[in-house]
Design a protein around this ligand. Sequence first.
Ligand code: AMP
Length: 214
Amino acid sequence: MVSTGFSTLPISRVWQYLCRMKISMLCVFCSSSNLVPEHFREDTIALADRMVEERIALVYGGGSVGLMGILADRVLGGGGNVIGVIPEFLCTEELAHEGLTEMIITQTMHERKIEMSRRADAFAVLPGGFGTMDEFFEILTWRQLGLHAKPIIVANTGGWFDPILSYFHNAESQRMVSRENLGLVEVVSAGENVVETLLRRRDPAGTLPRLSRS
Ligand code: AMP
């Protein structure tokens, strides 16, 4: 039991309450390509709609290209808040979005990642290319190092991440990655399921869910 000053509560209740953290800002990493197949666009829109419904703001890379632009436009169109974080040298190449709630211009890519991660309550990784994978692995390794403790959800839309998940499991079986660290990522079958997974997230034992293909 712990004394709160007002009443005495079982520790498990206090812990459960603390673990029911509110997700008010989601950082999303995703493709900057305008050429991706339609089903990736549709799933990105589905994620945006769920974010708007649950009043979850978006922080992302600040571009108006690819899935990034589709996501930002849809959240804004639904009345949601969107913060973009973009390095100055990419403002032209990634067509820095001009209609965001807030735009933060950084000097470097690293400052961009730090700023996005500082503001986010959780991370979602949607299909993307090298840049998305860089962001995913950086945020995952920061978590592995204990630099943050925020949820990381991978949206395996159309099986996009299957090769990477195979690598993860192989790395664990060869003892390159510990079983515990394999559990730092939660996998959902599509972007539209990210918000449900975050809202459902109850972690009373203080452990993270195992990597799964739900
Ligand atoms: P991509 O998945 O390659 O389409 O890129 C998605 C986003 O990741 C874009 O906003 C890129 O600017 C960003 N990105 C690319 N390379 C890096 C990197 N090394 N570090 C951080 N972000 C990156």
